[in-house]
Design a protein. Structure first.
Length: 239
């Protein structure tokens, strides 16, 4: 079994979906400490003047003691209307905008309370829309223990994973010998970001996946996987 995990992020970038597509199980790691100014509540889209942040309003009170699953959204400022307006203004002329516009218009009209709630809802829709069949579970329901490398090892033990896909930064803390003893192979993703057609001139990378969807539609999964390792490559790592 091939496992990967990541913190819940808002309108994630292409590399996360590459990791999910490689795996047999994706764990949404919602039990880690909330960090301000992180990708969990913001991401970038492309505009006529360059990349622009879309940032959700979240409560930061006592944030050092909060996990991501504890973080609530604030509605004093109309951030949902602002995000939908920005998406509409900057992507309405994209070739495939009309295919997905209804989902986002509806998304920003719903009443959301928790950060993990809205991020999970978006992620599941995006995975299904891209045509990725990997099951998604939350760390809360699986009750992993430990920190950093020990946490990753516990994930492998409890799920029976034979391959664990880390992000590139996993090399900084993963104890490779411990994984070898367990019989689980660690793989560190080195994502090769594709270039694809965009609006507004020169190409900008590392944007939200919605930039790819609106511009490339049903070809999005093939594009984001291009030039990178595939599922068969991961299966060849199983001991």
């Amino acid at each position: 079994m091939i496992l990967t995990a990541h913190q819940p992020t808002y309108l994630p970038w292409l590399g996360l979906f590459h990791k999910i597509a490689l795996a047999d199980l994706y764990v949404s790691y919602d039990t880690v400490q909330y960090q301000t100014d992180n990708w969990n509540h913001r991401n970038k889209i492309k505009t006529s003047t360059g990349a622009q942040w879309l940032t959700m309003s979240v409560s930061r009170r006592n944030h050092m003691n909060l996990t991501l699953s504890d973080v609530t959204l604030l509605h004093e400022k109309p951030w949902q209307k602002k995000h939908w307006r920005s998406i509409l203004q900057n992507y309405s002329k994209a070739p495939y905008f009309s295919l997905y516009a209804d989902f986002f218009e509806d998304l920003y009209q719903k009443e959301w309370h928790g950060l993990v709630e809205i991020n999970g809802y978006i992620l599941r829709w995006l995975v299904q829309t891209l045509g990725i069949n990997t099951p998604i579970k939350s760390a809360t329901e699986l009750q992993f223990e430990g920190e950093k490398s020990n946490l990753a090892l516990d994930m492998c033990r409890k799920t029976g994973a034979k391959v664990l896909i880390f992000g590139a930064l996993g090399k900084q803390y993963a104890d490779i010998d411990s994984f070898n003893v367990l019989g689980c192979t660690p793989y560190f993703q080195d994502y090769n970001h594709p270039i694809y057609p965009q609006l507004y001139g020169g190409f900008v990378s590392h944007l939200s996946i919605i930039d790819l969807l609106f511009n490339c539609g049903n070809n999005s999964l093939e594009i984001l996987m291009s030039g990178n390792v595939n599922k068969q490559d991961m299966q060849n790592l199983i001991q």
